[in-house]
Write a protein that binds this ligand. Structure first.
Ligand SMILES: Cc1ncc(COP(=O)(O)O)c(C=O)c1O
Length: 408
């Protein structure tokens, strides 16, 4: 009865974990939840005031499909000031979150069977959105020696005449890595040479501890021509529930995405868009406070891991709010022992990172996400969008579990 398209969708790898967190909480157990990719800060007051003003002034009607001209103008100003990029409002399309912007991009660009390079580990929705749009995800097996960052050489290696686009998440969810200007330039050059478009997901750009954050579109005029810059207000300004994402691209692309979006959702809530205008106007102070808090937590967590838990190395985080921990030290023990629920030994093809995460939840009451959910086995992702004390307690319990497993 159901379409092939929906039957082909893989449910999010976090569903089983979230369901278990819910059950444990319902039975009165206090869970340290480090699984959620959402800032633990509240929406800034000035954004809420912007929304309230819009309602009081009855600014609540349909408006332009690609977004309020005031919001698109504010986005152009932000792109100029922070990224050195020149865009006009006709190049901006505002959507219901960055997720919808990815969907717009895929529908605007992909024909059935077109291939999209997705470096693994990847953010969970990329492959599914590509498939929904009729594309074929091709996973790039990134290398440990590059901190699993996509390289120009890998694009050469994995691309075929069917490759239409590459999706780059920078700063990366789940890795927390940030590409340098040189690395981006090399990727852009090879994509330009091969006629491959780049969807550059920069939703975590403001949460960056590297010396600089460089937008893919800023590395060269050629890069700007082939790049769809993706950003939004969910992560850099904590406004996840307001659902504001956007793309900056060519006028031609923006028109195509607008035509598509016009039939699907028209535009995001006008109230949210006015909140977005106010949020962008006053973003600086609030973002700085937030980034300082993330940095402090990240440094404390990394220090703890280095000093107390050398068995569990982590990729050096340079941005976003995630740690990607290597738990391969428990692989052999977990594959040899019983599965948490079924009491069956795991086979080699089962996910031992999922097994580990379920044990961590049931026995230590800490929620994290297995690397397998992001297409990389042998890792767990920790979201440090929680207080420093909570993050350190979560890591200490993870450490206890690792030691218990290794002692078995
Ligand atoms: C890398 C990445 N891109 C896009 C999104 C979607 O963000 P939005 O809330 O704007 O849809 C997320 C959300 O978790 C994300 O982690």
């Amino acid at each position: 009865m159901l379409s092939k398209t929906v039957r082909n969708i893989v449910p999010s790898g976090t569903v089983a974990i979230n369901a278990r967190v819910f059950d444990l909480k319902a039975s009165g157990i206090d869970i340290i939840n480090l699984s959620v990719g959402e800032p633990d800060f509240n929406t800034p007051e000035h954004a809420k005031e912007g929304a309230a003003r819009a309602m009081a002034e009855n600014k609540t009607r349909y408006d332009k499909v690609p977004g309020l001209i005031e919001l698109r103008t504010a986005i152009c100003k932000k792109l100029k000031e922070e990224n050195g990029l020149d865009y006009i409002p006709d190049q901006i399309v505002v959507s219901n979150g960055a997720k919808q912007s990815i969907t717009n991009t895929c529908f605007a660009l992909l024909n059935s069977g077109d291939e999209v390079l997705i470096p693994a580990p990847y953010w969970v929705s990329y492959p599914e959105i590509v498939k929904i749009a009729g594309g074929v995800p091709v996973f790039v097996d990134t290398k440990r020696e590059n901190d699993f960052k996509l390289t120009a050489a890998e694009i050469e290696e994995y691309s075929t005449e069917k490759t239409k686009m590459v999706i780059l998440c920078n700063p990366s969810n789940p890795l927390g890595t940030v590409h340098t200007r040189e690395e981006l330039k090399a990727i852009a050059d090879v994509c330009h040479k091969k006629g491959i478009y780049i969807l550059s997901d920069e939703v975590y750009e403001r949460i960056c501890f590297a010396d600089e954050f460089v937008s893919m579109a800023a590395v060269s005029p050629e890069a700007k021509d082939i790049t769809i810059v993706l950003n939004g207000l969910s992560k850099s300004i904590p406004m996840t529930g307001w659902r504001i994402g956007y793309t900056a691209s060519t006028v031609e692309f923006a028109k195509a995405m607008t035509a598509f979006q016009g039939h699907i959702t028209s535009h995001p809530s006008i109230i949210s868009q006015w909140a977005g205008v106010a949020a962008l106007e006053h973003r600086e102070e609030y973002t700085n406070m937030m980034v300082a808090a993330y940095k402090e937590r990240m440094e404390a967590a990394v220090k703890y891991l280095h000093e107390e838990l050398p068995e569990v190395p982590c990729i050096e985080p340079k941005g976003a709010f995630y740690l990607f921990l290597d738990i391969s030290c428990v692989k052999d023990k977990l594959l040899a022992t019983a599965d948490t629920f079924g009491n069956m030994p795991l086979s080699g093809s089962d996910s031992y990172s999922k097994e580990f995460v379920m044990k961590l939840l049931d026995e230590k009451h800490v929620a994290m996400v297995p690397g397998s959910a992001f297409g990389k086995e042998g890792f767990v992702r920790v979201a440090y969008a929680a207080s420093k004390e909570t993050v350190l307690e979560g890591l200490a319990r993870l450490g206890q579990l690792v030691k218990e497993i290794l002692a078995q």
